[in-house]
Design a protein around this ligand. Structure first.
Ligand code: ZN
Length: 452
């Protein structure tokens, strides 16, 4: 008789091909899925140290937020409805006044919010004191690909946010040495370039070289807005993706956030190189415009989804899935009478398997299959907006939300059961984050109109 560490009984399972496995049991052993089958009279018998009743629940892979900023957690409420330039007026004073403890407290809240929404992995594009983000992920049980953002030039960037090329690379290497592989491999460290306008050619060259040597990812913001395109055309006579290509940075290890202001030629180039665009529809629709996602899909590109942090929205991938689907329909589908501009299955794929590939862990996470890491969320489907339904997976994409997540397992460990954390004091974390928000706000001279 097999004994599992954890067993989920009588649940439905959302399979990688967007179909449902009924009457299922999921057995977890040594952090991996060891059993996943429909239970029949012929099924073998098994026991487990811990058993979860999955009746009325759908098991899904944990979501992967492929572009976010944990250090911006304390900006909640500060950028909504703000006039340009948010970057210079708000982000720069905020980031340059963060202390390590602020980042840690904000990152704990970031992990709590993410886990409750079923996001089990995040790719952080960086901010200051990323070792504090790694620490928070380690302590809360999340999986994270963490990057130290680098800036070695740029107008409007205070000196204390910039580093010399050598110091920037050395600090990335330190973070890698100290944290890569921590928490039984839950924490991974990549390299980062904030964006083309704040990176010298020397920095881009060095990041390309070191990430290749260490076989790790590079996380950038790409073709996010018109100012960046104008900068690259004026300074380098190239469009942004061509400028990154010049340094050999376009490849399967590249996480390219946004990818909104790309020419068709740049998209072809990214497709040829196997780079991973990450769409963040809340940010993009608010500030930057529509992506050309149907073209990217037609070219077979791997696309992931991101929240771009909490500053403008709530941390979860349910809403971005829906928002991107309907935005693509409005922009690309309506004019040509194509209801399949972005099918539900494709956008679900982006939030799971697409994200897993973007963070170079597609053999470990993003799918519920025997042998994969047990990063699983249970969704309470006995809700008026979810069942009855003629097609549960499509209804999940168009109607489910973070509050439907009842249980969360990461790396085989049950972190949330019946909507409650088993080992974290959520109220304490929220209180501490509030104190940190006030501290940073004071130093950055923000006036909070209604701080709660
Ligand atoms: Zn970003």
């Amino acid at each position: 008789m097999t004994e599992f560490d954890l067993l989920i009984q009588d649940c439905l399972v959302l399979l990688p091909d967007f179909s449902i496995l009924p009457d299922a049991a999921i057995g977890i052993k040594d952090s991996r899925i060891a059993l996943l089958e429909s239970v029949t009279a012929d099924s073998g018998s098994y026991t487990a140290r811990e058993i979860i009743d999955g009746s009325g629940k759908l098991a899904m892979p944990g979501f992967i937020d492929a572009h976010t900023h944990a250090a911006q957690q304390l900006l909640r409420g500060s950028v909504v409805d703000e006039l340009p330039m948010v970057w210079t007026r708000i982000l720069v004073p905020f980031e340059s006044n963060l202390a390590p403890e602020d980042v840690y407290r904000g990152a704990l809240l970031f992990c709590v919010e993410n886990l409750k929404a079923g996001t089990t992995t995040f790719a952080d594009a960086g901010g200051p004191f990323m070792e504090m983000v790694a620490r928070a992920a380690l302590e809360t049980g999340m999986r994270g690909l963490i990057t130290r953002s680098t800036m070695d030039c740029g107008q409007d960037i205070p000196d204390k946010m910039k580093e010399s090329t050598q110091v920037a690379i050395r600090n990335c290497e330190h973070l890698y040495k100290d944290w890569n592989g921590a928490g039984d491999g839950r924490i991974r460290i990549g390299f980062g370039l904030r964006q083309a306008m704040t990176s010298t050619p020397a920095l881009m060259e060095a990041v390309a070289a070191r990430s290749r040597e260490l076989n790790t990812s590079v996380h950038i913001h790409l073709a996010e807005h018109m100012a960046e395109v104008a900068h690259c055309l004026t300074q380098y006579k190239m469009r942004p993706a061509e400028w990154f290509e010049h340094f050999g940075l376009l490849g399967p290890n590249l996480i390219a956030a946004h990818c909104v202001r790309l020419s068709d030629k740049e998209i072809l180039l990214l497709a040829e190189r196997g780079a991973n665009p990450v769409h963040c529809p809340h940010s993009n629709l608010g500030n930057h415009g529509f992506s050309k996602t149907p073209l990217m899909l037609a070219l077979g590109m791997n696309i992931a989804l991101g929240t771009d942090g909490v500053s403008a929205t709530r941390l979860n991938l349910f809403e971005p899935m829906r928002l991107l689907k309907f935005a693509m329909q409005a922009r690309h589908g309506v004019d040509i009478n194509d209801p399949l501009a972005l099918p539900a299955q494709e956008v679900y794929h982006m939030a799971t398997q697409g994200g897993a590939k973007a963070v170079m862990q597609e053999k470990e996470i993003g799918r519920l299959e025997v042998g994969m890491k047990a990063d699983i969320l249970l969704l309470d489907i006995e809700r008026p907006h979810l069942t009855p339904t003629a097609h549960l997976p499509k209804t999940i994409v168009t109607a489910a939300g973070p509050d439907d997540v009842s249980d969360v397992i990461v790396d085989g460990k049950l972190l949330i059961h019946n909507h409650e954390f088993l080992n974290l004091d959520e109220d304490r974390i929220r209180y501490d984050a509030g104190q940190a928000m006030l501290d940073v706000g004071r130093r950055a001279n923000f006036s909070f109109e209604s701080f709660i």
